[in-house]
Design a protein around this ligand. Sequence first.
Ligand SMILES: O=C(O)CCC(=O)C(=O)O
Length: 165
Amino acid sequence: MPLLDASEPIEFAPGAWLFPNHASEQAADILAAIRECVRQAPLRHFMTPGNKPMSVLSSNCGDFGWVSDSKGYRYQATDPKSDKPWPDMPSILLHEATQIAEQAGYRDFIPNACLINVYKPGAKMGLHQDRDESDLNEPVVSYSFGLPARFIWAGQTRTGSKQRI
Ligand SMILES: O=C(O)CCC(=O)C(=O)O
């Protein structure tokens, strides 16, 4: 499994870009905005459809949030804990995500959902594809802050060659 350890923006697979340290200057402001979101919609362990708690702590902001429970994975406009709408997406995230998507070649992207994941030591996310979105031509913009972590990129199939990032 080849290792990608880039210091400059790189398209490491068709349409998939890595922007190392892109958000480091805005990190404090982005994290403050996220903290305000999770104050309104607290972090929780979603249950898998098989009724197991996910190890990651999650919440959402934006018009829609990704949720999981015994009824399956889906996006919904309200927090199932409170039945209230998710907090508004912070303007710094809207702005940053739109700009970086444009740099990666995705014009006119307007994010309407933002999943917030917190990984305490030992928490994991298994290899998976995002398929609950209604338009798979839209990009997923993902920011990661904190301790070093290993991401596995497997391309279009689970069985194809993998990259460690
Ligand atoms: O927390 C992450 O960076 C990964 C999230 C993820 O895999 C997903 O949203 O599908």
